[in-house]
Design a protein around this ligand. Structure first.
Ligand code: ASP
Ligand code: MG
Length: 406
């Protein structure tokens, strides 16, 4: 019997009515002869609500205890779904992450899966049951419950699909699939029928939000075919798989944007070896993720260095950077979170010159100033003022003809 791993996100299981809807779908797949492992997120905003509750306990929140708390959200939805399925004559059992054999590292709240021992799941499948697994959680080598970072149920699902050598991992969510841009910003945005792992990894990391980037990484590493589709309709989804020749011909596949972006500029940094190291090692030690970095041309043996981080880390970063500015002998700094990042992504960019120039032209024509630029083989990103982000996404979508993509 072929096996499918199906993951349902928080909005898909937000109420008992929606859980019944999910159960109907699961039953339908099951009647199609599929062996099924179902991974669920916590109901609706449960994770956020639990975080809010914990804040009432005080300002020092141990990550270990937080993981203990947050993992309960997924346990609720897993057991509620298993109960619903059983009452629909579809035999099911729910398992926690650790019962399902999900082993992770001990990095609480951002833990990574290091191994999956699928023995128990296999046993239950052999007994003819649908196995419902609580997503977002694992067990550390010390035997403590961990969680896998926000959106981590996606990674649970892909990891289980890899370990069980499932035919496919279906990610059911509240949108029909992956689009050429956010349809709330670009009315003409088109749904993509397929997208390569590389492109999806860039889109997910650049703010497209449909899937946790780590889950895409995992899928790419283990060659898991992933399909993203809506749990609310029968619309076709988007397949994420190896790049096809068709995609290679597509120069730009999508426009992504990210508002979760803050920028620092540090002035008059001495131009000598070891300074960048001191600055960025300091940030890394404070566990602050740096995204883009630019260093200006030297004058009087001094440079300016600007970089971006996630908005969420700004509060934590300001005192750290203030200290580092003194340490490296720079003259001062400014920072702000009124910036955003817009990116174009496409596997076909590698072999087509002029793509970046076209992007800058579209932004210039709209009178949008670019603060920072970064590129990889298959993406170009620009940091701009946040107030222009909608327009930037729209003009880029238009410039690269994404409304006509097939
Ligand atoms: N419930 C967790 C979150 O809200 C994990 C997930 O939804 O994937 O981030
Ligand atoms: Mg989610």
């Amino acid at each position: 019997m072929s096996l499918i791993v199906a993951k349902f996100g928080g909005s898909s299981v937000a109420t008992m009515e929606r859980i019944r809807n999910v159960a109907e779908r699961v039953k339908g797949l099951r009647e199609g002869g599929q062996g099924l492992v179902v991974v669920v997120s916590a109901m609706g905003d449960t994770t956020d609500d639990l975080i809010e509750l914990a804040k009432q306990a005080g300002s020092e929140l141990s990550c270990r205890e937080m993981d203990m708390l947050l993992s309960t959200g997924e346990q609720q939805s897993a057991s509620l779904l298993a109960l619903t399925l059983s009452n629909m004559d579809c035999e099911a059992i729910s398992l926690t992450g650790w019962q399902a054999g999900v082993q992770s590292d001990a990095n609480h709240s951002k833990s990574r899966i290091i191994n999956v021992d699928p023995e128990r799941i296999q046993q239950e499948l052999d007994n003819g049951r649908v196995v419902v697994v609580a997503g977002f959680q694992g067990l550390s080598p010390q035997g403590d419950i961990t969680t896998l970072g926000r959106g981590g149920s996606d990674t649970s699902a892909v990891a289980l699909a890899a370990a069980l050598q499932a035919e496919r991992c279906m990610i059911f969510t509240d949108v029909d699939g992956v689009f050429t841009a956010d349809p709330r910003i670009v009315a003409q945005a088109r749904q993509l029928t397929s997208v390569s792992y590389d492109e999806m990894l860039e889109l997910a990391s650049l703010g497209a939000g449909v899937m946790q980037p780590r889950a895409v990484e995992f899928a790419m590493l283990y060659g898991v075919d992933v399909e993203i589709l809506s749990s609310f309709s029968d619309h076709y989804g988007t397949i994420i798989t190896e790049v096809s020749n068709m995609e290679r011909q597509r120069i730009v596949t999508g426009v992504a944007h990210d508002l979760n972006c803050a920028r620092f500029a540090i002035f008059d940094v001495p131009d000598q070896p070891g300074v960048a190291k001191a600055l960025f090692r300091g940030l890394a030690n404070a566990r602050i993720n740096v995204d883009m970095v630019i260093q200006s041309a030297m004058r009087d043996n001094r440079n300016d260095i600007a970089f971006t981080i996630e908005d969420d880390d700004l509060h934590k970063a300001v005192p750290v950077v203030e200290e580092l500015v003194k340490e490296i002998g720079a003259s001062g700094m400014v920072y702000g979170n009124n910036v955003a990042k817009v990116s174009i992504v496409g596997a076909g960019m590698q072999s087509n010159p002029g793509v970046a120039a076209d992007m800058f032209e579209a932004l210039a024509d709209a009178d949008i100033n670019i603060h920072m630029i970064s590129t990889s083989e298959i993406k170009v990103s620009c940091v701009i003022d946040e107030e222009h982000i909608r327009e930037a996404v729209q003009v880029l979508h238009q410039k690269f003809g994404l409304d006509k993509i097939e």
